[in-house]
Design a protein around this ligand. Structure first.
Ligand code: ZN
Length: 144
């Protein structure tokens, strides 16, 4: 295997303090297709999902002071948090990256939003951008 099997940009995550504060801009002013919310209580996150022609935009808000988004916003403020690449097989891709000397924050893929399997790469190895590899789960979040 000579290269990671990146299919597309799956989603872009933006860290915000308050989803409701930013929702009107993305939904009403930009007119993006709002697909609803997803709660990830075990990670202390609430996410607002938009579809931009097959690329998902996620506004991510912390619901717990322990969450990674809380830490990120404390250190750097609101803003672009991560870019996720869509792959067919998260385990294989992660193994390839690890063999290539790229450090992963997740040694094995773990459950992400919408039933995906995800792993984050160390920003020091990616040009200081938090990159995620994402093996897609179901397309549409389950209604609550
Ligand atoms: Zn993500």
């Amino acid at each position: 295997m000579s290269a990671a099997m990146i299919r597309k940009i799956a989603h872009i995550g933006i860290a915000v303090k308050d989803l409701e504060e930013h929702l009107p801009f993305y939904r009403d002013v930009l007119g993006l297709k709002f697909e609803g919310y997803e709660d990830l209580p075990d990670r202390g996150l609430r996410v607002a999902l938009f579809d931009v022609d097959g690329v998902r935009l996620e506004l991510i808000q912390a619901t717990s002071p322990d969450s990674t988004i809380s830490t990120f916003i404390e250190r750097r403020g609101e803003g672009l948090h991560h870019i996720a690449f869509g792959v067919d097989d998260a385990e294989k891709t992660l193994a390839h990256l690890t063999e290539s000397g790229i450090r992963a924050l997740d040694p094995v893929p773990r459950p992400g939003a919408s039933g995906a399997k995800v792993a984050f790469l160390h920003p020091h190895d990616t040009g200081r951008v938090l990159l995620e590899i994402c093996e897609k789960g179901r397309d549409v979040p389950q209604p609550e």
